[in-house]
Design a protein around this ligand. Structure first.
Ligand SMILES: Nc1ncnc2c1ncn2[C@@H]1O[C@H](COP(=O)(O)OP(=O)(O)OP(=O)(O)O)[C@@H](O)[C@H]1O
Ligand SMILES: [Mg+2]
Length: 388
């Protein structure tokens, strides 16, 4: 009989031989059955996968040991259940390194499997130290300079304004080498992530408080000082831990994410509930936005569906820029928001240091961001699935 804790759980079964027994053990789970080659795909280690059930005889032991070692480096790996007999010692050691793992000695029944899986997933229901459910939105540009940081700053400022004194909002700039959020906000970049990378487990609320800078309007900024080598110095564990703690401490976290893929990019995207891809109205930027959105959907099929935000829209449609209809044709999807171009407001605010909503509250940029935030915080936005 199936255990209720297994219902609707995302389970990946490696090895066709296990399919019938897994089906019987977890009839209401979301089962995917695949061969060993599936372990090479990036979303095996990322995304919403909750249980990895592996027939040890279906995978080369050295490859499997490597996969388990890689999983143990992840901040929130899926539970792992190995099925087989006479497991090599290296494999047993690797599986023991995972916090939620077990071995099912063959032969076993579907009841044995159901029971072992339920124990692992029951533990996962209440992850330690994560009682608080923050909203995490990620903003990334399709091409350089299309306005991702400007939009991230304005969204975070608008969320902080709406949140009032009793709720907390953070902007996390993950452009580790040369993030511009601190310069745009006229704030000091205080997040010493390269130093914290040696002991990521020590990143806690107190350290985050030391890293953060309070900027105007109740917004906290987490940004790194300029360092051209930062991407090589900061570990994936440190980035993921910062976001994990930020999501416990803050009610709303906005991430300014670099568009170039890093070791932690998929972890960040998998953990957020909105992904905003910013594009400008040029053909190369629109095509890049289309590719980026498609790549994200392919890598994280169960993740938040990327939304396209068109920036620097001309207030009057003159000149050579594509129309909205042409833009959507190039994107092969609808745009989810638009922000009007206002160079004076953007430049003046950047020069003065502070949000556009602070220095130029009547700018159309501010109005458009408010409309976007309304849309993203509307109750139906939270329920929008990729299929919708
Ligand atoms: N809606 C807008 N109207 C006018 N200017 C804008 C608008 N949005 C952004 N800008 C300006 O465009 C320039 C690039 O913006 P921004 O730094 O936000 O882009 P980015 O995508 O974050 O760039 P990068 O790739 O360097 O991270 C800045 O000078 C900014 O002030
Ligand atoms: Mg930027």
């Amino acid at each position: 009989m199936s255990h209720p804790v297994l219902n609707e759980r995302h389970v990946l079964v490696i090895g066709q031989r296990l399919a019938p027994v897994a089906q019987e053990a977890m009839p209401a789970a979301r089962l995917e059955v695949a061969g060993a080659e599936r372990l090479d795909l990036p979303d095996t280690l990322h995304g919403a996968l909750e249980l990895l059930l592996i027939d040890v005889d279906a995978v080369d032991p050295a490859v499997l040991t490597g996969v388990l070692n890689a999983l143990s480096q992840r901040p929130t790996p899926p539970a792992v259940l190995l099925a087989g007999s006479h497991l090599p010692t290296a494999l047993v050691k690797a599986v023991m390194r995972l916090s939620r793992s077990d071995v099912l000695e063959a032969p076993f029944t579907s009841v044995d499997l159901s029971r072992a899986a339920a124990v692992l997933l029951a533990d996962a229901k209440a992850p330690a130290g994560a009682p608080h459910q923050a909203h995490c939105w990620t903003v990334m540009g399709s091409v350089g300079g299309c306005g991702a940081t400007t939009i991230a700053v304005e969204i975070a400022t608008e969320l902080a304004r709406r949140a009032g004194a009793d709720r907390r909002v953070a902007l996390v700039d993950l452009n580790l080498c040369d993030g511009a959020a601190s310069a745009y906000l006229g704030a000091t970049a205080n997040m010493l992530l390269a130093e914290a990378s040696a002991t990521p487990e020590r990143i806690d609320q107190a350290l985050l408080d030391a890293f953060s800078m309070r900027v105007g309007g109740g917004l906290d900024l987490l940004a790194c000082p300029r360092d051209p080598k930062a991407f090589g110095k900061v570990s994936a564990m440190a980035v993921c831990r910062v976001l994990e703690v930020a999501c416990q401490v803050y009610d709303h976290v906005v991430v300014d994410l670099p568009r170039h893929h890093q070791a932690w990019t998929l972890d960040v995207l998998a953990g957020c509930d909105e992904i905003l891809v910013v594009s400008e109205l040029t053909v190369p930027a629109l095509l890049a936005a289309r590719s980026l959105a498609t790549e994200i959907e392919a890598e994280l099929p169960d993740g938040a569906p990327p939304r396209i935000i068109l920036n620097r829209l001309a207030s009057r449609v003159f000149g050579p820029a594509p129309s909205l209809a042409e833009a959507e044709k190039a994107l092969q999807r609808k745009a989810d928001g638009g922000v009007t171009s206002d160079w004076e407001a953007a430049a003046a605010s950047a020069n003065l240091g502070g949000a556009i909503s602070h220095h130029r509250p009547r700018s159309k940029i501010v109005r458009d961001i408010a409309v976007l935030v309304d849309r993203l915080t509307a109750p139906q936005a939270a329920q929008r699935g990729r299929a919708a």
